[in-house]
Ligand binder design. Structure first.
Ligand code: ADP
Ligand code: MG
Length: 320
């Protein structure tokens, strides 16, 4: 790289640490989880053209790269501690690096999550982050915890990231006033870090929504050995999405992807506790169905009519 590898790391990615015992510069970073805590660890790989569009502004990419990883910690109810950043870059462009680092560290600082190491090489644009979080031993929220009879909830709204993607693809249009908002949902998602921690001891099963509600809920159902009924018309969605034909609303909310909201189950006895946790975190949560003993996913509309066919048709969009 024109800017040497070490100069690049020194200039953009070396920052003092206070929570970690040792940060960037040695062969290993050293983390110091507090007594009684388990480390929650998660990695995400982001490839240009596959996970983000090449048109995205570098600061938004920096934000999103960390946000999708913090979202995994949120789903486990863990508190962010540190992360590593491995970068493959086509060239060392100072303007790009400055923007990327600014977006990345703004979110990192907001969560007290310290960059402690990584790797840097020349190649196609690929980002890999690994996040480390702390969770009291035995209290992590897992995909395997949902029980028959539990309520099913989702945070925030669903489908705007997919709506933005379809606008970029030219399949849908939205009024210009809505475009910036749905684009922000896609490019600058908000990980529900506080909510995940507030749900420890309340939620039974949890997952963060990265691949689309139907697919991600499927992971919870399989790992928990249960089924679910989903109320398609109860799914929370923006005014921009509500303005579109119902078929698109169903597609974007059920199979959208890139939502980074939390999907979780909780016993009916915890309804007040769930709303209280959400209110304390300033995030809306909506009941969107229930966990059933009968395996499989049933998706019904407001009249209780099954939406089977549509849901199956979503697979086709899902793989694109
Ligand atoms: P090694 O050869 O032992 O893997 P490197 O020479 O690649 O170490 O990296 C030197 C130091 O810089 C290490 O502490 C490593 O963790 C850190 N580092 C490398 N790339 C990055 C990056 N993109 N962000 C943060 N730290 C990095
Ligand atoms: Mg190295």
């Amino acid at each position: 790289m024109s800017l040497g590898e070490f100069e690049l790391i020194e200039r953009y990615f070396s920052r003092p640490v206070s929570r970690a015992a040792l940060g960037v510069g040695d062969d290993c970073a050293l983390l110091a989880p507090r007594p009684g805590m388990q480390l929650a660890v998660s990695s995400d790989l982001l490839v240009e053209g596959r996970h983000f569009l090449s048109t995205v502004a570098p600061d938004r990419l920096g934000h999103k790269a960390l946000a999708v990883n913090l979202s995994d910690l949120a789903a486990c109810g863990a508190e962010p501690l540190a992360f590593t950043l491995s970068l493959s870059l086509p060239r060392a462009d100072p303007e790009w690096l400055e923007g990327f680092a600014a977006g990345l560290f703004a979110l990192a600082d907001a969560h007290g999550c310290e960059l402690v190491g990584g790797d840097t090489t020349r190649g196609p644009l690929v980002l890999n982050l690994t996040v480390f979080g702390e969770v009291p031993a035995g209290q992590a929220l897992l995909r395997s915890g949902a029980r028959a009879g539990d309520d099913l909830y989702v945070s925030g709204t669903l489908g705007d990231a997919r709506l933005a993607l379809e606008v970029f693809r030219g399949t849908l249009t939205v009024p210009s006033g809505d475009f910036e908002r749905v684009r922000t949902a896609m490019e600058r998602p908000t990980p529900r870090v506080a909510l995940g921690q507030a749900l420890r001891g309340i939620a039974t099963g949890a997952v963060d929504l990265s691949d689309g509600l139907v697919g991600d809920l499927g992971h919870v159902l399989r790992r928990s050995g249960v089924g679910a009924t989903l109320w398609a018309d109860a799914l929370p969605r923006s005014a921009a999405l509500r303005a579109l034909p119902l078929r698109w609303q169903h597609l974007c909310t059920l199979a959208g992807g890139d939502d980074y909201e939390l999907l979780f189950s909780a016993p009916a006895a915890q309804r007040a506790a769930v709303q209280d946790a959400a209110a304390r975190c300033g995030v809306g949560v909506t009941r969107i169905g229930q966990i059933d003993a009968e395996p499989g996913l049933r998706c019904v509309d407001a009249e209780g009519q099954a939406l089977d066919l549509q849901v199956r048709a979503f697979d086709h969009f899902h793989s694109s």
